[in-house]
Ligand binder design. Structure first.
Ligand code: HMG
Ligand code: MG
Length: 307
């Protein structure tokens, strides 16, 4: 018999999953999902042990009608002590709407590509950052945590290639403004592992690695490989969406996020810890897919159902 291979160097490390399905997943659904189903989704996710669940988005309902019921959803969910429920806000108006229902963590979002930003939020990069400035100031005064997203870090549907220097500049600015964590988003899922690792290392030269998260859409099936490459570089926060739901309505070609079930399976297989109950998460993914009238987009979710 072969001698067992040594355990991976990072065996036992904790990885925080930021579950973005209720926001990134549902913002891209063609048909409106009932408010009660959104609430049930979040409550089910809370019971799986996830520590961070992005609940919804306080953006313009004209731009994203799918999440027009953000306030109702947030007010109705069962907020578990110790679990964070961040929400997306694009401006002060979004911040105020979120605070009215007791939000304690928000996420601001911009991109490394000017062209994508114009389509997504009708503003250039610098202009969008000027919009966040008062949000960050008010959040600091209110004791509200702020996460920051940088989209199109490995490619843009309108501009094509995105220089790594642009990603670094935007990530560094958001961190300097007070975002405690910067999520690096491959919005259209085009990146491959070496490219992801090169980008991450460049950003980590300017922003401390523990303040970085990765956010991969899976359009080209590269997301798990990209995550593995970034884990090897030391990243310990990964965004994903139950059932592989997701996509940005303003990013041509964007498909679902990497499925949370698949990420948790990978991490547990590496000997890493997540605190997440995988069978319960997979069950939630299949439940969501059923509500959306399709099969789960998680390979692990399907495999577990068949065993
Ligand atoms: P605008 O039209 O330029 O803004 O939109 P405006 O200030 O002129 O406002 C237009 C109307 O919206 C006004 O109403 C405002 O009051 C209202 P009207 O006077 O016409 O009746 N409004 C709002 N209403 C509610 N909540 C608000 C709000 N703000 C303005 N917060 C704006 C600019 C940013 C508002 C718009 O472009 C927008 O909401 N965009 C959001 C797009 C979006 O949500 N995209 C998906 C999320 S990003 C993503 O998925 C990527 C990510 O997953 C990472 C990755 O994958 O890379 C995070
Ligand atoms: Mg996304």
């Amino acid at each position: 018999m072969n001698a067992p291979l040594p355990a991976p160097a990072r065996d036992g490390d904790f990885v925080r999953i930021v579950e973005v399905g209720p926001r990134d997943g549902l913002q891209n659904e063609k048909t409106l999902v009932a408010t009660a189903d959104k609430v049930e989704l979040i409550d089910r996710l809370s019971r799986t042990g996830l520590l961070s669940i992005e609940a919804t988005s306080f953006v313009s309902p004209k731009w994203v009608p799918q999440l027009a019921d953000a306030a109702e959803v947030f007010a109705a969910i069962d907020r578990r002590p110790g679990t964070a429920y961040p929400v997306l806000v694009p401006n002060e108006k979004g911040y105020e709407r979120a605070r009215e229902v007791g939000v304690q963590e928000v996420a601001v979002f911009t991109a490394a590509s000017e062209a994508f930003n114009q389509k997504n939020i009708n503003a250039g990069i610098d202009e969008s950052i000027e919009r966040f400035r008062p949000v960050l100031e008010r959040a600091a005064a209110d004791g509200v945590k702020v996460r920051g997203y940088v989209s199109t870090v490995l490619g843009c549907p309108y501009q094509g290639a995105v220089p790594v220097a642009d990603v670094v500049r935007v990530a560094k600015t958001l961190h300097a403004l007070g975002c405690y964590e910067i999520s690096l988003g491959d919005t259209i899922g085009v990146g491959t592992p070496h490219q992801a690792s090169t980008m991450l290392k460049a950003v980590a030269g300017e922003v401390p690695l523990p303040a970085l998260a990765v956010h991969f859409h899976d359009t080209y099936g590269q997301a798990l490989a990209n995550i593995l490459a970034c884990l090897e570089d030391g990243v310990r926060v990964v965004d994903s969406a139950v059932s592989g739901a997701g996509g940005c309505p303003y990013a041509k070609g964007a498909s679902g996020n990497v499925a949370s079930e698949d990420v948790v399976y990978l991490l547990h297989g590496l000997g890493m810890r997540t605190g997440v109950d995988l069978p319960a998460l997979a069950e939630t993914g299949r439940w969501l897919a059923g509500r959306l009238g399709r099969e789960t987009g998680s390979r692990v979710g399907k495999a577990l159902a068949a065993t």
